[in-house]
Ligand binder design. Structure first.
Ligand code: FAD
Length: 401
């Protein structure tokens, strides 16, 4: 009697927590479990705005998979997924292939460009350790370059962040904290530096509480950030952003944060998607594929109260991992009735750099220091869920005051 094979694609929040929960429930006794990931480390996507701006070292946001997952209990393959052959129950990797009886897809997201020309070619993204390390180096290089030439080019010190959603605002927060340090280090007058936050919607942080949005904008404006709200971008060219209203902003650093779509592998593998995400069944399985679970940013679930999709968050990815691992265990032990996934939104906190943040926890609005402390508690809580106290002590955030 051969054990069924469970294959998990991606070791982000959704994938690694699924692996961790399967081990906790001893599922490896009844199934052969394999985790596939591009890198031999897990990184925390929700922290990436910090290493992107250089306010935190990127090693703080990542950890070796072997340090949090017992690789005696499951197999780990370090490789990139190329295609899912769902009808043959097989996954094609860059350097091989794996077959499965049950599949979990947690491959995360890609930047949404809305078809705007030039975005991929001419802008930076905040999506992985590799992409943010490059962005941080580039920002420092801009500061280092400025004083080199006799003729000063202002675009070298102009930073454009496209999209004032959560990621854009959190990055602008970190960058505006980092700029004074960089100016000091590279002997540059802070007045020469410009940071633009450009947003197509009529407000920054669309969908968020108005008072909190105003607070956030005031904090960032006081650090010199210039908002261009209600201002769609028409095109991104090498060294400039063209706005719908005809204006252009010259900049050597354009950072694209206008939202995400699901990993293109899913669409390319023939799943039906909306913005690259699969509208999953209530038990998190893909429609028509009873042996395929899709979680995290690759999955679309509807908030029935407002009849709109839940925004893609780590919070939901982690909660889905709990339901997904339970459902896998149940399926393997022959149960037919699976658990229904129901997100419990515990709160949303956006950091604004330094000790500033805003948040909504239950009905409570949080500002400044208390919101910033809450953000760190949330970050530490995840580390605790994944690796217990030792991981919190190793990677946690403790600079509360
Ligand atoms: P991810 O965590 O992105 O993991 C995907 C994994 O798949 C990665 O490890 C990647 O290496 C791997 N992978 C991708 N492609 C391949 C491939 N082809 N082959 C093999 N492996 C592959 N959410 C919150 O809840 N709260 C927040 O405060 C918050 N802040 C954020 C701040 C920033 C700057 C950003 C960018 C996002 C933030 N989010 C936040 C959103 C959150 O990070 C995502 O919703 C979450 O990471 C989704 O988890 P996931 O498991 O689907 O994907």
């Amino acid at each position: 009697n051969k054990k069924p094979k469970i294959v998990i694609l991606g070791a982000g929040y959704g994938g690694i927590m699924t692996a961790s929960r399967l081990i906790k429930s001893n599922t490896q006794q009844d199934a052969e479990i394999t985790l596939v990931n591009k890198h031999n480390y897990h990184y925390q996507t929700t922290w990436l705005h910090e290493p992107a701006a250089g306010t935190l070292h990127h090693d703080k946001t990542r950890m070796e998979i072997s340090s949090v997952i017992d690789l005696k209990k499951i197999n780990f393959i370090k490789d990139s997924v190329v295609e899912i052959k769902k009808d043959e129950k097989k996954v094609i990797l860059e350097n091989g292939e794996v077959d499965y009886d049950y599949l979990v897809i947690g491959l995360g997201s890609e930047p949404e460009t809305f078809g705007i020309p030039g975005v991929n070619e001419n802008s930076f993204a905040i999506r992985s350790v590799n992409s943010v390390r490059l962005l941080r180096e580039h920002i420092e290089y801009m500061f280092a370059s400025y004083n080199k030439e006799d003729e000063k080019h202002e675009d070298i010190l102009t930073f454009v962040v496209a999209g004032a959603g959560f990621t854009g605002i959190e990055f602008v927060g970190e960058l505006s904290e980092r700029v004074p340090e960089l100016c000091e280090e590279y002997d540059i007058d802070p007045k020469k530096v410009k940071i633009y936050s450009v947003e197509a919607a009529p407000t920054a942080l669309p969908g968020f509480d108005e008072e909190l949005v105003e607070y956030a904008m005031n904090v960032l404006e006081s650090r010199g950030v210039e908002f261009k709200i209600n201002t769609p971008i028409k095109e991104v060219q090498d060294g400039k952003v063209l706005l719908n209203d005809g204006e252009e902003i010259k900049s050597q650093t354009i950072v694209w944060t206008t939202g995400i779509r699901g990993s293109s592998i899913i669409e390319d593998s023939g799943f039906e998607t909306m913005r690259g995400r699969v509208k999953v069944e209530k038990d998190l399985r893909a429609p028509g594929y009873d042996n395929v679970f899709i979680i995290g940013d690759c999955a679309l679930i509807i908030n029935e109260e407002i009849n709109r999709p839940y925004p893609p968050t780590a919070q939901i990815a982690i909660q889905q991992a709990y339901t997904c691992s339970k459902n896998l265990k149940d399926l393997i032990s022959g149960k037919e009735e699976l658990d229904v996934f129901k997100p419990e939104i515990q709160g949303t906190v956006a950091s604004l750099g330094g000790k500033e943040a805003i948040g909504l926890v239950g009905d409570r609005k949080l500002y400044g220091g208390s919101a910033s402390a809450m953000k760190k508690i949330i970050d530490n809580k995840y580390l605790f869920q994944l690796g217990g106290v030792p991981l919190v002590l190793k990677k946690g955030k403790f600079n509360f005051f």
